[in-house]
Design a protein around this ligand. Sequence first.
Ligand code: HEC
Ligand code: HEC
Ligand code: HEC
Length: 153
Amino acid sequence: MSDVDSREKKNMKKSMFAVVLGVLLLSGAWLMAAEEKKAAEPYDEDTYGPEAPIIWDKPVKSVVFDHKIHTQANELSCDSCHDDLFTMEAGAAQEKDDFTMETLYNGGYCGACHDGSTAFASNKRCTACHIGVRGKARLEGGTAAAAGGHAKE
Ligand code: HEC
Ligand code: HEC
Ligand code: HEC
C-alpha cells in the first residue's frame, strides 16, 4: 500500500467519524428541544380541570386533591368524578358531615376508586392525601407559619 493510499483512507475514516458525530449531536439537540417543549407545554385547564390543588381543612386539616394527577397523568375523564362523587365547587364536600374516612372505606367520595383495586386503598399511604400543614404551606408557596397552623398538625 502506498503512503498516499493509506493517508486517503485515514482521511476518509476521519470524515466518516465527523458525519456520525454530527448526526449524534444533532439528534441529541433535537431530543433536548423536544423535552424542553414538553416541559414548557402549558397545562390546559379546559382539558384537565383546575391546575391549583384543592385542599380541605374539614373535618381535619390539609387533605389534598390534584386534578393533574387524576386527569392528565391517569387519564380519568371528568365524568368519572363529576358530578356523582363531587360537584365542581372547591370546598363543597367538606361542608358535608359524611366527608370522613368511614365513608371513603365504604366506597364514597375518593373511596370509589381508592379501594385498593382501581387506586391505592384509602387505609394506606395516609400522607399521600393528608399532606399536613407544612405540605399545604409548601403547595401554597408560603411557610407553615403563614398558613396559620402549628407545624405539628
Ligand atoms: C378523580 C376525581 C375528579 C376528576 C376525574 C375530575 N375532578 Fe374536578 N373536582 C374533583 C374534586 C374532588 C373537586 C373538589 C370538590 C369539592 O371540594 O367538593 C373538583 C372540583 C372541580 C372544579 C371546581 C374548582 C373550584 O375552584 O371551585 C372544577 C371547575 C372541576 N373540578 C373541573 C373538572 C374538569 C373540567 C374535569 C375533567 C377534565 C375534572 N374536574 C375531573 C374531582 C375530580
Ligand atoms: C375516579 C377514580 C378516582 C377518584 C374518585 C379519586 N382518585 Fe385519586 N387516584 C386515582 C388513580 C387511578 C390514581 C393513580 C393510581 C394510584 O396512585 O393508585 C390516583 C392517585 C391519587 C394520588 C396520587 C398519589 C401519588 O403520589 O402517587 C392521590 C394523592 C390521590 N389520588 C388522592 C385522591 C383524593 C384525595 C381523592 C378524593 C378527593 C381521590 N384521589 C379520588 C383515581 C381516583
Ligand atoms: C385517598 C385519600 C385519603 C387517604 C389515603 C387517607 N385519607 Fe383520611 N381523609 C381523606 C379525606 C378526603 C378526608 C375528609 C376531608 C378532611 O378531613 O379534610 C379525610 C379525613 C380524615 C379524618 C377526619 C375524618 C374522620 O374520618 O374521622 C381522619 C382522622 C383521617 N382522614 C385519617 C386518615 C388516616 C389515619 C389515613 C391512613 C390510614 C387516611 N386518613 C388516609 C382522604 C384520605
